[in-house]
Write a protein that binds this ligand. Sequence first.
Ligand SMILES: *[C@@H]1O[C@H](CO)[C@@H](O)[C@H](O)[C@H]1NC(C)=O
Ligand SMILES: *[C@@H]1O[C@H](CO)[C@@H](O)[C@H](O)[C@H]1NC(C)=O
Ligand SMILES: *[C@@H]1O[C@H](CO)[C@@H](O)[C@H](O)[C@H]1NC(C)=O
Ligand SMILES: *[C@@H]1O[C@H](CO)[C@@H](O)[C@H](O)[C@H]1NC(C)=O
Ligand SMILES: *[C@@H]1O[C@H](CO)[C@@H](O)[C@H](O)[C@H]1NC(C)=O
Ligand SMILES: *[C@@H]1O[C@H](CO)[C@@H](O)[C@H](O)[C@H]1NC(C)=O
Ligand SMILES: *[C@@H]1O[C@H](CO)[C@@H](O)[C@H](O)[C@H]1NC(C)=O
Ligand SMILES: *[C@@H]1O[C@H](CO)[C@@H](O)[C@H](O)[C@H]1NC(C)=O
Ligand SMILES: *[C@@H]1O[C@H](CO)[C@@H](O)[C@H](O)[C@H]1NC(C)=O
Ligand SMILES: *[C@@H]1O[C@H](CO)[C@@H](O)[C@H](O)[C@H]1NC(C)=O
Ligand SMILES: *[C@@H]1O[C@H](CO)[C@@H](O)[C@H](O)[C@H]1NC(C)=O
Ligand SMILES: *[C@@H]1O[C@H](CO)[C@@H](O)[C@H](O)[C@H]1NC(C)=O
Ligand SMILES: [Ca+2]
Ligand SMILES: [Ca+2]
Length: 729
Amino acid sequence: MTLWTCNPAPQCLLSHVRFPHLLLPALLLLLQPWWGSCHPQCLDYKPPFEPRLPLVLCKEYSKFGCCDVERDGEISVKFYSIMENFDHSGFVTCGKYIRSILCQECSPYAAHLFDAEDANTPMRMLPGLCGDYCSDYWHQCRFTLSLLLEDLGSPYQFANLTATLEEDRRKFCNYLELKDKQYCYPNVQTNAELNAQLGLVREDPKGCLELCLQEVANGLRNPVAMVHADDGTHRFFVAEQLGYVWVYLANGSRIDRPFLNLTRAVLTSPWAGDERGFLCIALHPRFTTVKKAYVYYSVSVKKEERIRVSEFTLSTHDENQLDHSSERTILEVVEPASNHNGGQLLFDHDGYLCIFIGDGGRAGDPFGKFGNAQNKSTLLGKVLRVDVEDNDDGAPYSIPSDNPFLREMEARPEIYAYGVRNMWRCSIDRGDPFTGRGRGRMFCGDVGQNKYEEVDLIVKGGNYGWRAKEGFSCYDRKLCQNSSLDDILPIFAYPHKLGKSVTGGYIYRGCQMPNLNGLYSFGDFMSGRLMSLKENVTTGEWHYNEICMGTDQTCRFPKLINSYYKYIISFAEDEAGELYFLATGAARATARAGVIYKIVDPSRRATPGKCSIKPSHVNIKGKLIHFHPKEEFVINKKPTTTPFPTTTTRKPTTTTKNVTKKNDTADYEKNNNNEKGNITNNTKYKSSNNKNNLSHDNKINNLPHNCPDGYGNKSHHWLSHNRHDCSLL
Ligand SMILES: *[C@@H]1O[C@H](CO)[C@@H](O)[C@H](O)[C@H]1NC(C)=O
Ligand SMILES: *[C@@H]1O[C@H](CO)[C@@H](O)[C@H](O)[C@H]1NC(C)=O
Ligand SMILES: *[C@@H]1O[C@H](CO)[C@@H](O)[C@H](O)[C@H]1NC(C)=O
Ligand SMILES: *[C@@H]1O[C@H](CO)[C@@H](O)[C@H](O)[C@H]1NC(C)=O
Ligand SMILES: *[C@@H]1O[C@H](CO)[C@@H](O)[C@H](O)[C@H]1NC(C)=O
Ligand SMILES: *[C@@H]1O[C@H](CO)[C@@H](O)[C@H](O)[C@H]1NC(C)=O
Ligand SMILES: *[C@@H]1O[C@H](CO)[C@@H](O)[C@H](O)[C@H]1NC(C)=O
Ligand SMILES: *[C@@H]1O[C@H](CO)[C@@H](O)[C@H](O)[C@H]1NC(C)=O
Ligand SMILES: *[C@@H]1O[C@H](CO)[C@@H](O)[C@H](O)[C@H]1NC(C)=O
Ligand SMILES: *[C@@H]1O[C@H](CO)[C@@H](O)[C@H](O)[C@H]1NC(C)=O
Ligand SMILES: *[C@@H]1O[C@H](CO)[C@@H](O)[C@H](O)[C@H]1NC(C)=O
Ligand SMILES: *[C@@H]1O[C@H](CO)[C@@H](O)[C@H](O)[C@H]1NC(C)=O
Ligand SMILES: [Ca+2]
Ligand SMILES: [Ca+2]
């Protein structure tokens, strides 16, 4: 793939353009080479989109481009006012050039055509044309240049300049031409390479989906979960393993007082690799009226390690804090070992609370005759489902009447599914926004033993195979060959050369990234690999693609970054369904190295306005801590710097900025002031990017050398690369 032919390649640089000295420096600035960026981008520095309604004038951009119908209407007004200067034959001859030139701001490559990919350098007043096209234009309609420039509000001084240009084809085309033959108008429209994937998620030659990230929060200590209240506030609640839950407002500011501080009760340690701690929070699905939160954490009771699920009620005087005295235990399960403590809590679409309990620990599910996971008399190694509605008087939960094993004498009635090892991160599919397809499906990552990590689609009564099977293969041969096993295989499993501890994710159903609809994104805690599955709805098969960070120009949008820390702890969805993941650079419960990333598709955005939200008002007690992003855009190639013109001619009376900005573009910028980043500030680039180079830090995938036999290459949730973690394996 050589999409980047105009990336700092010489043909892109207009440095040999020779201009008479009398020309204004401003014009030279217009001609400054921009060091190249061949990706779809609009003049507002955002990806292109599909307009809500078909365009009338700039029809060719109706499916995908940078104009909505309103903008198309404005361009149309401009066009017809210019065309008033023409008689019929003039209209016929020149109308097509004028229209095409005016419509280029609707091109999905508008930013490139106008040199507007960089907010800090001047952009062109007119789109960059291909040489042949420019010559034709000059031969047939050269005197329309002044009309176009006048219409753009070019200053008076330009009048003579324009006259000079119009007289000389060479000057004329030096002014209008964009030297990259692939990527100038109109060739850009027909360039097969550029258009092959236009509007789709970019795939690299290996089929890896190139996505970008936006940093949303940082400085977190092993952030294990992020949830929302579905109450219109668009707050998000982020849990740290130590036992804190923090409230973030929709604009990214965090409230300094914790929503919950359970650090005193939570059992964990600062060791990298400790799987115990505060593991999850779920808010009641009707939180607006039932102001309750459910939490899942490790606790020590009379020297016995347990996991506890308990309920808290919202404080009556602060909507951003739980009433710390309101804790009510829902369930406790004794943990025979400190690892495999499960840790997911969520509400399914029937409103029941689902609790995902690990197999208890050690390795190979050694407890009892055939382990815990296949033993329905224990809660270990299970997915539980309980009803916590109207539990204020009486028992903390009741059993849903359709739970699958109610009539099995030996089975615990809470069990919804079994044969699970240590499910780490599960989610519920919101369903396709148009058809509702998939709504309510439950997806989990189940961490493997020695060989395979798996993703499961959990159904009522399902046996997910452990310890008979690990992924698709037999782990306990005897159990595996028993015909009564009747287990459900994963929808996907991967071997340990790709990662050693799966972190389940979400099916994307948000609004802002239409391309991602239906894509299940997940990751691996040990290798840092981001992955995706997409269902072929005809065959029901799941198709795998790795997700990688966009290289070169792909993520070069304001605020976006293209690297992340590789201990992928959890995934999350916000109230609007946008997708995030939580990762850290140091997997210790005390290290403030955790970051929340929003996943962004740089190839297409939703129609402007479609996804706007108005968060409802939140009363804040306490202080707000504003968010300061720390991560920076990283690019492999150091860009060449743009030399500043050294011409010593008179200064124009208007400033360079004013001269070189199109009036309507200035409006764009006014409206998007806060969106601008110094993205081409060269000092911000680093020469190499190792953060997401998976082969880079081998320590991550190495297990301790001195662990007992049989423990050596098993995976478990948390990283273990120091000695005393062997006990946890
Ligand atoms: C620029 O646009 C504004 C409003 O959009 C308009 O009032 C103004 O006259 C325009 N200026 C020029 C020089 O065209
Ligand atoms: C344009 O050129 C004419 C004649 O060459 C000159 O008289 C006039 O002052 C120039 N106008 C500007 C704005 O430079
Ligand atoms: C975020 O919103 C809150 C509440 O509306 C406001 O007080 C705060 O200043 C905002 N933060 C930023 C960074 O704008
Ligand atoms: C959380 O609680 C612990 C002990 O209960 C206390 O020492 C700590 O200061 C609290 N932290 C915050 C941020 O309130
Ligand atoms: C199943 O689990 C129960 C409860 O822990 C235990 O009493 C029983 O011995 C186990 N059964 C087998 C066959 O291991
Ligand atoms: C551990 O890994 C080695 C090499 O990958 C493999 O030969 C061995 O069978 C594994 N041990 C277990 C218990 O899976
Ligand atoms: C197969 O599994 C069933 C049910 O768990 C058990 O009763 C039976 O003894 C097993 N058969 C063999 C050959 O292990
Ligand atoms: C789904 O699978 C069928 C049968 O293999 C294939 O013809 C079709 O193209 C696939 N659909 C998609 C969207 O990949
Ligand atoms: C643009 O020009 C106007 C008047 O000529 C001036 O007031 C304004 O500061 C200029 N803006 C910039 C960004 O230079
Ligand atoms: C861009 O850089 C300028 C100069 O260093 C600075 O004043 C401005 O705040 C920066 N803008 C952003 C969005 O970082
Ligand atoms: C570039 O970034 C550096 C550091 O972030 C800053 O000090 C400098 O002012 C920036 N320069 C420009 C021209 O924005
Ligand atoms: C990744 O890191 C390895 C080891 O440091 C290095 O050899 C390799 O070139 C890097 N790959 C990339 C794409 O940066
Ligand atoms: Ca355990
Ligand atoms: Ca399984």
